[in-house]
Design a protein around this ligand. Structure first.
Ligand code: SAM
Length: 273
């Protein structure tokens, strides 16, 4: 790539995974079976894509960079079930591009697997968790801090709005660590895979979106007391009633609430909003 005069774009998070064993391992983490619809964001040249295609995925790759999409297409030519489209996967911060949305399955389990560009990983994953029909399995390589945040638990230093919102839809586990020297160019940060499976008790899309928004509002000021943050959100009287009904200490910080507590609180104060 260097010899061909290709200059990777930092803005587009272009750190290519050059280690083929690692790419194969990540594709295997995704657990793709023949015929399984799989979305890959940012195939780059297709180094990860080829392993997904080889596993028999019905693969949709979405690449923003017009220099790379044709390379990925050529690399994937032996796999007729693989398609590469040139597009920004996000139309806005919280909406997928129509060209992607219209190709996603409306029923049946599907998979998301990618070496995600760092700049969009947070908003993109939050958007995915709010889809009407989200992927049943997600296996993505992201900045290690993001993987830790997604897999963290209340009380961890990394627990925050993205953790709570994503875990409303997914059970998340930290996966393999990927050191900077396996990429070109080398990122300044460590990377890690996270694995996520859709919760069996997944709420309907509207309900999910409402809960996620509530968690985000509450966790934006997660070091403040529940009484204070909740009063600002729903008014002092409703906040006091909700906390009392659930027997929650008003002086607890929002960041200490578990997901079941967050859910219960959202339900409790909703009628009052
Ligand atoms: N999958 C390749 C690999 O593992 O070597 C490349 C991964 S690189 C970290 C991220 C890729 O995402 C780049 O190819 C970049 O051009 C692409 N990309 C960045 N922003 C994007 C967006 N908004 N929509 C689609 N692709 C994007």
């Amino acid at each position: 790539m260097e010899r061909a005069g290709f200059h990777p774009s930092r803005r587009l998070g272009q750190n290519f995974l050059l280690d083929d064993n690692m790419a194969r391992a990540i594709a295997s983490d995704a657990g793709v079976t023949p015929g399984r619809f799989t979305l890959e964001v940012g195939p780059g040249c297709g180094f990860l894509s080829v392993h997904l295609a080889h596993a028999g995925a019905q693969l949709l790759c979405v690449e923003i960079d017009g220099r790379l999409a044709p390379i990925a297409r050529e690399f994937l030519a032996p796999y007729p079930r693989a398609e590469v489209i040139e597009a920004d996967v996000l139309e806005s911060k919280s909406r997928l591009a129509p060209a992607v949305l219209e190709r996603l399955p409306r029923d049946g389990a599907w998979t998301l697997c990618a070496n995600l560009p760092y700049s969009i990983s947070g908003p993109f994953l939050a958007t995915v968790a709010q889809l009407d029909h989200p992927p049943a399995r997600v296996a993505c390589l992201v900045q290690k801090e993001v993987a830790e945040r997604l897999a963290s638990e209340p009380g961890d230093a990394t627990w925050g709005p993205l953790s709570a919102a994503f875990q409303e839809a997914y059970e998340v586990k930290l996966g393999r660590f990927v050191p900077p020297q396996l990429f070109w160019p080398r990122p300044k940060v460590d990377s890690a895979v996270f694995l996520a499976d859709l919760r069996p008790d997944l709420a309907l899309p509207e309900e999910r979106a409402r809960r996620m928004q509530f968690y985000r509002d509450l966790m934006q000021r997660r070091r403040k007391s529940l009484r204070r943050v909740l009063s600002d959100l729903v008014g002092g009287a409703s906040a006091a009633r909700g906390l009392e009904a659930l027997d929650l200490d008003p002086l607890r910080r929002a960041e200490t609430l578990s997901l079941p507590e967050l859910r219960a609180l959202e339900r409790e104060v909703r009628v009052d909003v």
